[in-house]
Write a protein that binds this ligand. Structure first.
Ligand SMILES: [Zn+2]
Length: 403
């Protein structure tokens, strides 16, 4: 097979021909020319029209062949489109102003999903920046073709990078379990931007939102998602509870340091783990510790009792149980547990909404980790002008090559 026909087939040329393939400066230059038998296609609306003029020659990087760089060379024409006016023609295998051919962008972006961008660059003989451009092209394509029409349940979560110094707000579609949007920081402005991009109509359709008890989010949700039931995320609540339990342990360990420094050593997970996940050794340790009348043991019992709360079916019964638990916790003489109990009380209505709409952010946890590892591979790279780009990096999952 001749190189000409390989190019013709891989680019899907119909209205263009390969004039010649030349070796220039160590790369293969594929010179394309229009096939005069056909009318010109408008790149905006894809309709046919008469040619208007011809622009200067342009070059696009294409997929290397046997390690040899390949460049497409073509002088685009402009079309006199009945609908759009004078527009650049549609050129097979290229998109907009990108200096990369579409097949090249797809190849690079697909590899960039798997390995570090620098490695992709080295492997294909491109600069890191070329890989970045390819990713951006593909991501932009994914965003343009994204369907957010019927998202009804959303989950909002934050991820942190650089040891909690940089936050990202992630918005998930809880039904299809995919990332919808991501923006820098976790302020009310972040979520406002999401609502702006989503548009009022979509915002009004959203039926329920699941998130942490984080005031900036809550304010925006109440203001901008008027029909959504707010449900505080079960997993976040449990995490706050765990923090309280651990605080009791640390405080008590400090108090006991003088008389009994060993007793609470390395017991963190004994108290925090689910009892059925304890190792045999941890079980023995726990049953010994339980007899010592420690503060941490009271916190532990409260934590375990809280678990039953989620099992209720009817909101009224759940509320009754929560009231009871609140009483125990506030009378426990354990400051961190009391603080947790009061936080729950303050947010009680939205916590009890869980018994109306049973949603939580459990399923998106995995997606969060994926976003983190991807941003690691990209060295935290985010297109500066567009805060919502990180999302699109994970959106590749939805990206398919349409030819
Ligand atoms: Zn047009």
């Amino acid at each position: 097979m001749l190189i000409e026909s390989i190019v013709r087939k891989t680019l899907g040329l119909k209205r263009h021909r390969v004039k010649e393939v030349k070796e220039e400066d160590g790369s293969l230059s594929v010179h394309l020319v229009p096939d005069g038998r056909f009318k010109v296609i408008c790149s905006v609306c894809e309709s046919k029209g008469p040619g208007y003029d011809t622009l200067r020659e342009r070059q696009w990087k294409h997929v290397p062949l046997w390690g040899i760089p390949v460049v497409l060379v073509y002088a685009p024409r402009r079309v006199h489109c009945a609908r759009c006016g004078i527009k650049v023609e549609s050129i097979p295998g290229t998109k907009g102003k990108s200096p990369l051919s579409v097949p090249l962008s797809i190849v690079l972006a697909s590899w960039a999903k798997e390995v570090a961008w620098q490695v992709v660059g080295r492997f294909f003989g491109f600069h890191w920046n070329t890989v970045r451009k390819a990713v951006k092209d593909v991501v932009d394509y994914g965003l343009r073709h994204r369907e957010i029409g019927n998202v009804l349940l959303i989950g909002i979560d934050e991820i942190s990078r650089r040891k909690g110094h940089v936050y990202h707000t992630q918005v998930y579609d809880l039904i299809s379990k995919r990332l919808l949007w991501s923006g820098e920081d976790r302020t009310s402005e972040t979520l406002e931007t999401f609502c702006d991009e989503m548009g009022e109509e979509h915002c009004e359709q959203i039926e329920a939102v699941c998130c942490d008890m984080w005031a900036p989010y809550v304010d925006v949700i109440k203001a901008r998602l008027p029909n959504a039931i707010l449900v505080f995320d079960k997993f976040h609540i449990v995490r706050h509870l765990m923090d309280a339990v651990d605080k009791v342990r640390r405080e008590e360990a400090r108090e006991l340091k003088a008389e009994n420094p060993e007793v609470l050593k390395k017991t963190r997970y004994v108290w925090l783990k689910n009892p059925w996940n304890l190792t045999d050794k941890q079980k023995v340790r726990l049953s010994y510790l339980e007899k010592l009348n420690l503060k941490i043991n009271r916190a532990y019992l409260l934590k375990e009792a809280f678990r039953r709360f989620w099992d209720y079916t009817y909101p009224a019964w759940a509320k009754k149980y929560l009231d009871q638990w609140f009483w125990w916790a506030t009378h426990s003489r354990l400051q961190p547990m009391r603080e947790f109990a009061w936080m729950i009380r303050r947010h009680q209505n939205d916590i009890l909404n869980y018994f109306k709409v049973r949603i939580d952010n459990g399923a998106v946890e995995g997606l969060n980790n994926k976003a983190k590892s991807i941003s690691h591979r990209a060295f935290g790279y985010i297109v500066p002008q567009k805060p919502s780009t990180l999302l699109s990096i994970t959106e590749w999952g939805n990206f398919q090559c349409h030819n």
